[in-house]
Design a protein around this ligand. Structure first.
Ligand code: CMC
Length: 382
């Protein structure tokens, strides 16, 4: 096999078809089921977008009301999940905490199946499981942050929609409408992005006819890495390291001399800018005004313009979302769990799609190890 037949990192490989989203780097656009993500973020609730990703169409008013009622019914942090989280050290990474919680939910939900041949479940069961995970994650993510701050969990509020309730669960205060709106937009922008590394991981696991929870646990593992979802956490470490706009130039000189990757910049598919960034930057701007933190915008703009002018590499969604979550009051380590709470919609939509039209995902490799040799030539004493 020639070296140029090998697609390192699967770059440029089209692995399957999907009807869920379309990424077009030429037009710098991202469509969910045909709708531009910017239009969805500006007009829809995250619940409506979740419905769209799973069902292919936006809900009618009645469908949305029914969907919201089911979501509200499955918000509670169950005793089993709380016990499992409480058993973890306080300094466990929150991604490990959420991964463990999903694993516990999966073990309970699939208890009694006993037979791997039945593990996958029916399409109806898996749609229901998707909605239940979507509903359960805000309490899990919020409890993680509260427990690290020495606070008890708070109960969900049935009078609040998903985004407002999420913020209530984390902070125990009714959030301002401006904050709810920015948070809702971030959830929609993070919801889905075709065959990114974590979604592809979920599809690989699903393709073996394993269950949905195993696929989601694997996806969380893939998302944790700083080249993928962990980048939103990593962006905040960069902001903290730099400190203020006046330090950007010197910091960049050193970082580039050390050949560091600047977190929140670059993308495997988009080479001329990530289509989601302007919408999230606008949301960040509203938060900057709301919290009166022009210093954040100044650091953001200075790092972006210096890095783009030096390297021609543009910001991705993690660049504006990191400081946005920081302004809202999230701990830096909670940023990537927020990404899980959003991407659970895209992951499960892809799991359902993979289940509906499955082929085992099993690529080939080119061997570059030693030539064939035999045990009789092996001399353990030499
Ligand atoms: N900082 C410095 N140099 C970079 C960066 C960066 N952020 N991104 C790419 N480059 C350089 C890279 O060093 C390489 O240079 P050279 O050709 O001289 O070796 C060139 O650009 C191509 O980079 P690559 O890593 O081969 O490109 P890729 O398509 O494999 O990587 C990426 C994409 C996202 C892994 C990379 O841009 C990166 O590591 N970015 C920082 C982490 C990050 O922000 N990740 C979030 C990704 S998008 C949202 C998400 O998935 O959550």
């Amino acid at each position: 096999m020639a070296d140029n037949d090998i697609k390192k990192g699967l770059a440029g490989v089209v692995a399957d078809v999907t009807a869920i989203s379309k990424v077009n780097p030429e037009t710098n656009s991202l469509l969910y089921r045909g709708y531009p993500v910017q239009e969805l973020a500006a007009t829809q609730s995250f619940e409506a977008v979740a419905y769209l990703l799973w069902h292919g169409e936006l809900p009618s008013a009645a469908q949305l009301a029914e969907f919201r009622a089911i979501e509200r019914a499955h918000r509670a942090l169950t005793a089993e999940v709380k016990t499992a989280i409480d058993a973890l050290p306080l300094d466990s990474h929150p991604m490990d905490e959420v991964r463990t919680a999903v694993s516990v939910i999966g073990a309970i939900e699939t208890a009694g199946v006993g037979n791997v041949l039945d593990a996958v479940g029916t399409p109806e069961q898996n749609l229901q499981r998707s909605l239940q995970l979507f509903a359960a994650l805000p309490a899990i993510v919020s409890y993680g942050q509260r427990r690290r701050r020495g606070l008890e969990a708070v109960e969900s509020r049935d009078d609040l929609d998903y985004a407002a309730n999420f913020l209530w669960l984390t902070f125990g205060e009714e959030p301002d409408a401006v904050v709810v709106d920015a948070f809702n937009r971030s959830m929609i922008l993070y919801a889905e992005h075709s065959f990114n590394a974590s979604t592809f991981t979920a599809r690989v696991i699903t393709s073996t006819l394993s269950d949905m929870y195993s696929a989601v646990v694997g996806a969380i593992g893939a998302l944790k890495g700083p080249l993928h979802g962990g980048a939103n956490e990593a962006v905040m470490h960069v902001f903290d390291e730099i400190g203020s706009a006046s330090e950007v130039s010197g910091w960049l000189d050193t970082a580039l001399a050390e050949k560091r990757k600047i977190m929140g910049f670059g993308h495997r598919v988009y080479k001329r800018g990530d289509s989601r960034v302007p919408t999230m930057k606008a949301a960040l701007d509203t938060l900057v005004a709301h919290y009166d933190r022009p210093d954040v915008a100044e650091l953001y703009d200075t790092l972006e313009s210096e890095f783009v002018s030096r390297k021609g590499i543009y910001p991705n969604l993690d660049y504006p979302s990191g400081p946005a979550y920081n302004l809202i009051g999230y701990d830096t380590l909670t940023f990537t769990p927020l990404f899980i709470a959003a991407r659970i919609t895209g992951w499960t939509a892809h799991i359902l799609e993979q289940q509906a039209s499955n082929a085992l995902i099993r690529p080939l490799s080119a061997y570059n190890g030693p030539d064939e040799r035999h045990i009789e030539e092996y001399e353990p004493d030499t």
